[in-house]
Design a protein around this ligand. Structure first.
Ligand code: FES
Length: 196
């Protein structure tokens, strides 16, 4: 403590020249004897200091970009070939793709549709209740009809639908890269269903 006080007192009482020398020594321009550093050594020290700074800045930028840019490959859109329309009899809910594709396939007697399993309240997965003929969300009790219409509980909208089409081989293709929203009037879009 006393030593530090003496040191700062010594700095305060040093002549302006001595203070300037001390600063240049701290910057590496002068050596400890107060002599100019050899030019090559000075340049090497400068280059090393710059390289250290650049490496630290580069690392920080890399870490920041990894944090800011989501690691999602938007070129990979999931599609499912789920068989011909005859696999889905009228008035049935098919749950074969609930786990692996996150959708149900429904034939309401007029259309085949692929409904997203994500509840439009807060994103839980509802269950199909065969005896009650409705979807029921276990989280806050929202209920949806067989075609996904919200009719009880807090869910504000219908369940979403995925794009469906018929491939050349007659199989239905569900495209998870395209969602249809009832509140935007998109359920009339022919890409959101297959007429039966
Ligand atoms: S998440 Fe489905 S009712 Fe809340």
């Amino acid at each position: 403590m006393a030593e530090a006080r003496d040191k700062s007192k010594a700095v305060e009482t040093a002549s302006p020249r001595d203070q300037a020398v001390r600063k240049l020594q701290e910057k590496g321009v002068l050596n400890m004897d107060g002599q100019p550093m050899p030019r090559r050594k000075f340049l090497i020290n400068l280059a090393l200091a710059w390289a250290t700074f650049a490496a630290a800045a580069g690392g920080a930028i890399t870490a920041l970009s990894a944090f800011l840019i989501p690691r999602v490959d938007f070129t990979k859109v999931e599609t499912f070939k789920i068989g011909p329309p005859s696999n889905f009899p009228p008035k049935t809910v098919n749950e074969d793709y609930k786990a692996k594709g996150k959708f149900w396939v429904i034939n309401d007697g007029q259309k085949i549709i692929a409904i997203s399993v994500v509840c439009t309240h807060l994103g839980c997965t509802p269950n199909w209740m065969e005896t009650e003929r409705k979807f029921k969300c276990p989280c806050h009790g929202s209920g949806f009809t067989m075609v996904g219409k919200n009719f009880e509980g807090p869910a504000p909208t219908w369940l979403r639908r995925y794009e469906v089409s018929l491939a050349d081989d007659g199989q239905i293709v569900v495209n998870k890269g395209r969602l249809f929203y009832e509140e935007k009037g998109e359920f009339v879009d022919p890409r959101s269903y297959i007429a039966v």
